[in-house]
Structures are given as structure tokens and as C-alpha cells.
Design a protein around this ligand. Structure first.
Ligand SMILES: NC(=O)c1ccc[n+]([C@@H]2O[C@H](COP(=O)([O-])OP(=O)(O)OC[C@H]3O[C@@H](n4cnc5c(N)ncnc54)[C@H](O)[C@@H]3O)[C@@H](O)[C@H]2O)c1
Length: 359
């Protein structure tokens, strides 16, 4: 049996708690785990839009979801007590760089304070055997160079979002050293993924939703920083890695606890312009307009991850290259905008991913 298929099968009947299940990555993970037969418990703020992936999938009817704020320790604690999870995936965050400039306190309270609450709840819940704690590739001190950052590189953060993710890393490290390393049968890891794309994301200030909104309305795609370069990967890539890591942490906590990068192969590290161009190609029409403002806040220009550890120690590797990643993403929007049920389209893409089918 393929390793990923075997990993996913391990979650059958397991109690799994996800924070951030109403978000882009969380909704895909919840669907995937629920489809594998896991008992999924989700805790997050309500989905913001009617057409958010979480709503389109009717996840409220498929998993046990609680609308709650990660900044509320008591409420989160009560949810942990009722769920008694074995596996925890922590995804809840204010995840947008530009929003973090508009409201730094919200970002820092959610991403640092909320993560502290999560770690307290894990500490208070002995049923938890495995914690996967999602931060970001932006947790590294960005030197704007071509080399990929490794897990032992320096942390940093120019903007409030990036700093909040670096700080969340330090917080996990402190909990690890102080409490978790001595907890028997418990493994914990932070995971740092690059930019993920895929169907179902309608967030503001993100390149794919911005492109699809423009194409849907037959308007030009406006790019602010066309030469910014990112490691683009399909959302299913890191999620498969997180599941493999969660299962490995439960099996051998000493070996797998620590930090892990999950990013695409080098060919998928591309400029924003190249991504928009590829989206237009797959959609069949559209044009690009460059309109950067001098007052635009600073964002990382060049960011690349070294994922040797995940490849060699975990045996994880990306399955879809840049072309397949973009095609799957555009095809998802096209199908759903044409009226196909999102749950059918998303499940089909999960199936293709597991079967390594890329066209
Ligand atoms: N999308 C990416 O490209 C990317 C890249 C690297 C890391 N990440 C990280 O992955 C995780 C998921 O990202 P995403 O793209 O799904 O983001 P998203 O914005 O789509 O979803 C964020 C989720 O967090 C929840 N949330 C936000 N504030 C909350 C609060 N105060 N209390 C409870 N829940 C709250 C939201 O309700 C939502 O469920 C985040 O930690 C993000 O920083 C994302």
C-alpha cells in the first residue's frame, strides 16, 4: 500500500482536534480526516463568507464543530475536555500579512496568546499523544537570498504576522523544554510550510483568490509585487505531510519531535507574475495589470525552504509539480463556479492526490 494511503487509514476511528477548521487549510484537513473515518472536532471562529470552503462542504454536519475564540482559554479548555483528542492540529491564526499591518494587536494576540492557550490545553489533556503546531515559512529571519531556510536557521519577522509566527515557535520550544519532553508517549512538532494554494480560498489579499475574483468578473488581475517569489504548493501537499508527521509523532515521539519544513521542489518556487500567468493559461483568458503603490507595506521578496529533513527522515515528498498545482486549483474554481458541488470536487481532488494522478 502507498505510504500516504496507509497513513491516512491510521486515522480511522481516532479522535482528532483541529483549530482553524473553518479556514482554507483547516477545511481541507477536516474533510480529508472525516473521509478517512476519524472523529473530527473543530474549534475556530465562524467562517466569514457564505462561499467559504467550510460552508460549501457543509462541514458543520460532518464533524463536531464549535464556534470559539482561541484567545479564550476557558472555552478552548472545555472543548478539549469534551473531545479528549489523541491528535491535535493547531491551525487557527490570523494568517494574512497585510491584515497584520492593519491590526497588529489582533494578530499578535491570536497567533501568540492563542497558541499559549492551545499549549496549556494540551498540557491539561493527557489523552493527547501527538501535536502538530502550524506556524509558517515566514518565521525565519528573511535574508532575501536564494538558499532555502533550514529548520535550525535563525527565526525573525519583519512584519507583525511573521514576528507572531517566530514568537509562536519560541513559545512551543519553551513548552517543549519545560513540560513536553518529560511527558511519556507524547510527541510535538512545529511545521513551517510555504505558500499554499488550492480551491476554496476566498481570503482577501491573497494572490489566487484575487486572480479568480478578477477572472470571474472578466477584470484584469492587478499585481502589486509581480517579482515576489514564493514556494507555491497545493494545499494537499503540506496537509499530507502534517498527517504523516502526526502519525510518526505518536509512534516514535523522541525521533520526530521538533521543527519541520514542508515546501515544493525548486521548480515551483516562482514569481507572483509567473503564477498569475499560469492561472490565466489554465482559465483560458485574462490579463495582468501591474499597479504597485509606494505606500504598500513591506512583504518578503524572496523566500525558499529547504525540505531535506521531511524528505529524508519522514519520507515525505511533493506529488504535484507547479503545473499540476495550478491546474488543480483553477479546475476547482471553474467546476464549483459552474455549479458542481464543492464536496464532490474536493473529494475527487483528494482521491487524485492519494492516487498520484495529476491531470
Ligand atoms: N495559506 C498559506 O499560504 C499559509 C502559509 C504558511 C502558513 N500558514 C498557516 O496555516 C494556518 C492556516 O492558514 P489558512 O490559510 O487556512 O488561514 P485562514 O485565514 O484561511 O484560516 C484561519 C483559521 O483560523 C481561525 N481563527 C482566526 N482567528 C481565530 C481566533 N481568534 N480564534 C479561533 N479561530 C481563529 C479562522 O476562523 C480560520 O478557521 C495558519 O496558522 C497560517 O498562518 C498558511
Amino acid at each position: 500500500m502507498d505510504d500516504l494511503v496507509a497513513t491516512v487509514a491510521l486515522f480511522r476511528g481516532k479522535r482528532v482536534l483541529l483549530t482553524g477548521d473553518t479556514g482554507f487549510k483547516g477545511s481541507w484537513l477536516a474533510l480529508w480526516l472525516a473521509g478517512a473515518g476519524a472523529e473530527v472536532y473543530g474549534y475556530a471562529l465562524p467562517a466569514e463568507r457564505e462561499d467559504d470552503h467550510f460552508n460549501l462542504l457543509c462541514l458543520r454536519d460532518r464533524i463536531t464543530h464549535h464556534d470559539g475564540d482561541i484567545r479564550d482559554h476557558a472555552e478552548l479548555g472545555a472543548f478539549f475536555q469534551s473531545a479528549q483528542p489523541e491528535f491535535v492540529f493547531h491551525l487557527a491564526a490570523q494568517a494574512l500579512v497585510r491584515r497584520s499591518y492593519r491590526d497588529p494587536k489582533e494578530t499578535l494576540d491570536t497567533n501568540i496568546g492563542g497558541s499559549v492557550n492551545l499549549l496549556e490545553c494540551v498540557r491539561e489533556t493527557p489523552s493527547v499523544k501527538s501535536l502538530v503546531y502550524i506556524t509558517s515559512d515566514k518565521c525565519y529571519r528573511n535574508k532575501e537570498w536564494i538558499w532555502g531556510y533550514r529548520e535550525n536557521d535563525e527565526l525573525g519577522g519583519h512584519d507583525p504576522y511573521s514576528a507572531s509566527k517566530a514568537a509562536a515557535e519560541l513559545v512551543l520550544s519553551a513548552y517543549g523544554n519545560s513540560f513536553f519532553q518529560s511527558r511519556p508517549g507524547f510527541g510535538y512538532a512545529s511545521v513551517r510550510a510555504g505558500n499554499v494554494i488550492g480551491g476554496g480560498d476566498w481570503s482577501d489579499d491573497r494572490i489566487v483568490p484575487d486572480c479568480l475574483r478578477a477572472l470571474r468578473n472578466s477584470e484584469p488581475i492587478v499585481l502589486r509585487k509581480p517579482q515576489s517569489t514564493r514556494p507555491w504548493q497545493h494545499v494537499l501537499e503540506p496537509l499530507g505531510g502534517y498527517m504523516a508527521l502526526a502519525a510518526s509523532l505518536a509512534r516514535d515521539p523522541a525521533r520526530f519531535s521538533g521543527a519541520w519544513n514542508f515546501g515544493p521542489d525548486g521548480e515551483a518556487t516562482q514569481t507572483v507574475h509567473a503564477l498569475a500567468q499560469k492561472i490565466i493559461e489554465r482559465w483560458g483568458s485574462g490579463k495582468i495589470e501591474i499597479r504597485g503603490a509606494v505606500s504598500d507595506p513591506h512583504e518578503a521578496g524572496l523566500l525558499h525552504l529547504n525540505c531535506d529533513k521531511a524528505r529524508h527522515v519522514l519520507g515525505w515528498r511533493p506529488r504535484w509539480g507547479f503545473d499540476a498545482t495550478v491546474s488543480k486549483t483553477v479546475d476547482w474554481y471553474r467546476a464549483v463556479l459552474a455549479g458542481e458541488p464543492a464536496v464532490k470536487v474536493s473529494n475527487k481532488q483528494i482521491e487524485c492526490y492519494m492516487e498520484k494522478v495529476d491531470d
